[in-house]
Design a protein around this ligand. Structure first.
Ligand SMILES: NC(=O)C1=CN([C@@H]2O[C@H](COP(=O)(O)OP(=O)(O)OC[C@H]3O[C@@H](n4cnc5c(N)ncnc54)[C@H](OP(=O)(O)O)[C@@H]3O)[C@@H](O)[C@H]2O)C=CC1
Ligand SMILES: O=C(O)[C@@H]1CCC=N1
Length: 278
């Protein structure tokens, strides 16, 4: 079994071809995997056919068959299904395959207990902007994971955007910030667009302006390296429109709301782990 780029391009089985499974499948192909080196499993025949038609990969309903052919098993089903999927594929894994999972909450030990002894497991917390190469993913390896395994997963995610290594204990927080975070940004974009409509802009124009503004602000924050407070101050002319607006954000508790939202997401991640791994 390969454990790194030097060993070539391993065969990957993506178990679950939903939102994240498709994003990772697409990223693998962009990163250089050939369609013949990736296989996807799906419950729904219609969805399997859709993915096969769009990406030219082999698709099927059998997790066991796909795992038996794979060097890397990428688990992309919901947390409540992961246990049963692991029990299925554990029957055909030999301990040398790398198991990678994007499921929220479930600890590495949960996988290691269910898989053959010595199986390297890597948890990944990606996010949906991976689809356009602007994602943010954090990875954490388990007890049998080597530098080569982590490097392989980084290579698999190369087309998704930023990839960072973290300790497993930080993954609930990562889930709350970057995993769920795109939803917070879309929430803001939607609110800004709605406000534009309220102020008399067409919905199309308001949405385009809101999206470009959030995209531009993120790019400026990334490229300037300046603290967000400094960037905000630069927008805020004395006695001007921005200070009037930000005072309303403060008065409505938006900052506290974001903090509470992230705390709730991290707590839910811990709950999912306890609920389905317990
Ligand atoms: N969406 C996101 O932004 C992120 C998701 N994740 C994680 O990714 C995982 C998948 O989430 P997401 O893609 O959103 O969910 P989806 O529901 O879109 O995808 C899951 C897919 O797995 C299929 N499936 C269900 N059971 C099985 C099975 N036994 N074997 C094979 N396939 C199966 C489902 O089919 P069917 O619908 O027919 O049951 C569905 O297509 C979750 O664990 C989540 O925590 C992590 C980071 C971000
Ligand atoms: O909502 C969820 O549970 C998943 C994990 C992070 C983003 N989506």
């Amino acid at each position: 079994m390969t454990d790194g780029p030097a060993d070539g391009t391993p065969q990957v089985a993506v178990l679950g071809g939903g939102v994240m499974g498709e994003a990772l499948l697409s990223a693998l192909l962009t990163a250089g995997w050939a369609p013949g080196q990736v296989e996807v499993t799906e419950h729904s025949t219609a969805r399997a056919d859709e993915l096969a038609g769009r990406y030219g990969v082999r698709t099927g309903a059998s997790n066991v068959d796909a795992a038996a052919r794979a060097d890397v098993v990428l688990v992309a089903v919901k947390p409540n299904v992961v246990g049963s999927v692991l029990d299925e594929v554990a029957t055909v894994l030999r301990g040398g395959e790398v198991v990678v999972s994007v499921a929220a909450g479930l600890p590495l030990a949960f996988y290691e207990q269910r898989l053959p002894a010595g199986t390297p497991v890597v948890r990944v917390m990606p996010n949906t902007p991976a689809v356009v190469g602007k994602g943010a993913s954090a990875i954490a390896g388990g007890a049998h994971t080597t530098e080569g395994h982590l490097a392989l997963v980084e290579r698999m995610l190369a087309a998704t955007g930023l990839v960072v290594r973290v300790a497993e204990k930080d993954l609930d927080a990562v889930t709350a910030i970057s995993g769920s975070g795109p939803a917070y940004a879309f929430y803001l974009v939607d609110a800004m667009a709605e406000a534009g409509v309220l102020l008399g802009l067409t919905r199309d124009l308001a949405t385009r302006l809101a999206v470009a503004t959030v995209e531009g602000a993120a790019a400026l924050a990334a490229q300037s390296g300046d603290h967000p407070v400094v960037l905000r101050e630069r927008v805020s002319s004395p006695g001007g429109t921005t200070v009037a607006a930000v005072a309303e954000l403060d008065a409505h508790g938006v900052r506290a709301g974001v903090v509470a939202a992230a705390r709730a997401a991290a707590e839910r991640s811990r709950e999912l782990g306890a609920q389905y791994a317990g």
